[in-house]
Ligand binder design. Sequence first.
Ligand SMILES: C[S@@+](CC[C@H](N)C(=O)[O-])C[C@H]1O[C@@H](n2cnc3c(N)ncnc32)[C@H](O)[C@@H]1O
Ligand code: SF4
Length: 405
Amino acid sequence: MPSALPLADPAPLDGLLPTSARDGAEGRNFGVYVHVPFCRVRCGYCDFNTYTSDELRGAKRADYAGQAAQEIALASTVMDALPTRPASTVFFGGGTPTLLPVGDLTSIFAAITSTWGLAPGAEVTTEANPDSVDLAYLTALKAAGFTRVSFGMQSAVPHVLATLERTHDPARIPLVVEWAREAGLDVSLDLIYGTPGESLDDWRASLEQALAQNPDHISAYALIVEDGTKLARQIRRGEVATPDDDVQADMYELADAMLSAAGYEWYEVSNWSRGEGHESRHNLAYWQGHDWWGVGPGAHSHVGGVRWWNVKHPAAYADRIAVGDSPAAGRETLDAETRETERVLLATRVRDGLVIADLAPTGRTAVAGLIADGLVDAATAIRGRIELTLRGRLLADAVVRRLLE
Ligand SMILES: C[S@@+](CC[C@H](N)C(=O)[O-])C[C@H]1O[C@@H](n2cnc3c(N)ncnc32)[C@H](O)[C@@H]1O
Ligand code: SF4
């Protein structure tokens, strides 16, 4: 079951932003996230805002592209109050965006480009499940202007995929990657490590399989046991073991060693790219506090320190859109202190992401101790920036706490 929404102020039904959201907009990029809240089945570990056909309460997948275009029209009116900025990045995530017919994705994308235009060299990504695309689908995405596809590979090992309740056949990964390349798309692979029952050798095999595809980008996430998921219930009942923190740390170290040896560079704690130009610029924009509009049920947006989130269920979203109201469920305007805390929290995780001189005096003082404890790289600090060491990446939350003390 998807997790609950944050508590905050009600959002106005016209979606209009306070004038403070305009401040400094020229210095921030603008991106668009489109949330596609549908999956064929729900994986046991996942608490993302996504719904199978049985859970739609009358909402129809076939209506979604039109509804998203209506939200984009509303967004266009709201964003007219800010300086005009073309979209630097567009990201379709889910859920499973590729469960929709390709024409639905391309028509939503066309609504985005006709509303805001695209910045030169814009990055346009969709997530995809390996069993939901073929060559024709990927070719149509490329023809429409998509530049990148991110496949949810998760693991190459059948028993790990079974514990995760993933439905795709791992043998399909080389095929879909080949099709994406043939279509001319950059390829990213998502992996998960630390699944109960997964050995270090299993994880090595998954990394080897991922590297054998020569993707442009790899994300490796430690499995998080989210409250309310089937996996959490299985663990509570003792049917499945709890993921072990020490094993997950060993797996992270193995991932970093194998990916570095293969020529990939980490640029965020869970992300490695095949050199500059292959990072996920959309995700970097989140970590760097830029502006983005999130379209769709449960999507979050951030513009100039104002953050809001849409109603979660596709049926509630459809109701709001049908009467021309903003689908926002709540919003908050971040005060200067909260913005600074979030900036440090996000930028610390990005390699070279934080300028030491921009920290509060207590944060600057903490840097020497972090270097002494082997958590922050000394050479980068001499150049005035924070870069986490491997140990620092494993303890990133603790580093952030010490920088903010
Ligand atoms: C929400 S999915 C959307 C993409 C697509 N539906 C898929 O699963 O391949 C995006 C990524 O989030 C990661 N993810 C989802 N739930 C997670 C969890 N509980 N722990 C770690 N990673 C998770 C998975 O690696 C997944 O590829
Ligand atoms: S396919 Fe992706 S979004 Fe859907 S349930 Fe599985 S992990 Fe979650």
